[in-house]
Design a protein around this ligand. Sequence first.
Ligand code: UD1
Ligand code: CA
Length: 526
Amino acid sequence: MTRQRAKTKATRPKAAGAKQPGLACVILAAGQGTRMRSARAKVLHEVLGRPLVAYPVELAQSLGASPIVAVLGHQKEVVEATLVQRFGPDAVSVVEQKERRGTGHAVQTALPALRGARGIMLVLSGDVPLVQRKSLSALVGAARRYSCLAMLTTVPPDPTGYGRVVRDERGHVLRIVEHKDATAEERALTEINAGVYAAPIEFFREAVKGLGARNAQNEYYLTDVVAHAAQTVGVSTIEADFRDVSGVNDRAQLAEAEAMLRARINADCLAHATLHDPSSITIEPGVVVGVDAEIGRGVVLRGRTRIGHGAKIAEGCILVDTEVGAGAEVRPYTVATEATIGIHTKVGPFAHLRPGAVLAEEAHVGNFVELKKTRLGRGSKANHLTYLGDAIVGDGVNIGAGTITCNYNGYEKSETVIEDGAFIGSDSQLVAPVTVGAKAVVAAGTTVIKNVPAGALAIARAAQTAVAGYADSVARRYGKGTTAKATGPAATATARPTAAAAASSGGSSATPRGGRATRRRPTVSG
Ligand code: UD1
Ligand code: CA
């Protein structure tokens, strides 16, 4: 126990989430967010893939706060379920504020949940997502050092709607006045309250006791504790960039918050990676972009995606929870979810990697190729028009154009194994479960239904015959002249019965294959 403590202390400056003794956090998120005009609680609206309420929780965690208490009210169950899903069952204690009687009342409701907690209490708003960790560290530091109330303030381009900071002639903070309660003179003040505070817990316990609701909104304002602090422990202000502390009250502000966070993340990436047309690129907060990576126009990187050193992600790619290895080249319009793209691989354009697609080093996946729960071995290639699902493909395998694993029989999925060095000819179907042995060759157009031994050739096609003079004989039947003139109609005549046969045998119209393939199949079965 003591050893662990010492370790935590030594690494604290860097260790995000290390438990910091004496720091509790209360997150105010009970409001409905009327101005959003939404059936969904405001704090569940998302900024770059995360609900608003997740931002203060992550910040509190990064500061090592414990406990973290969220005050919920409107749609409490849904918000709580979201918190549990994202952070686990024990990360956040939830307190219900049944009647929303103001931010001061919300803190009153939260305090009993802090029980024996001592030290500093940080108050965050569920609707102020972009606060920087360093501002909060400074805030908590000031509250701790001076045992005072520390608050974040800012000077926004338009202070309308915010609480104004009222100072005396020497610049000391006297109180906060809400916009709705402010006189014309007070409304002319440009410095506003960001709604983020830190102070000793005992201060909050004492200060919220005396709150009243005689104001324009008949609410218990948390902002009134500022006047109380001015009379007692003192007030310290820390100025933040308005872009970091702007609150989200309506959808326009939601869009602005997203744009500002996106710009911040992209600016961070530009320190070490190339972004083509950054304003068109979306990188979510949990994404890691490696040194020297190159990101094309319109790329979207979501969730826990990681882009390796020097990897290239070309325009229009959408990668979700996907790992891209160093030096990989992901070509335009590739879509990948929960996939692993190995180092020095080439993927796309227009590839679709679904969950469980794993590409080993130097593998190639080309256009209109879909992989699901499939491992493609080192240096293996599937370059055109292919579906590989539930497959294990060894190293150095060549998968021809139009290859399909038939992994689903309508009831269950089965696995296809293709061992090292095998060659799968174009337009083959591999009916799972099935194994193609090492260095085996599957002839083009084969439907593989039995295991293929290593080194063997699997071929399943009817022998080709050539009917001499066929075209002319058909042309004569239709009363036409020579071969040259009759080519078109003759081709149509042969295609007609075979297309019908393909349809009646349930021919896979969804699979992109040429007319030649469809013609061949009825011949094989007939
Ligand atoms: C608040 C501040 C204002 C500041 C602004 C900064 C007060 C009275 N005013 O105003 O000075 O400039 O933030 O963004 O505090 N909430 C509850 N329970 C309630 C009421 C609110 O949990 O009974 C929550 C809301 O869900 C929200 C947060 O507290 O997450 C702030 O409430 P909101 O109504 O948005 O306050 P503002 O009018 O923005
Ligand atoms: Ca607000």
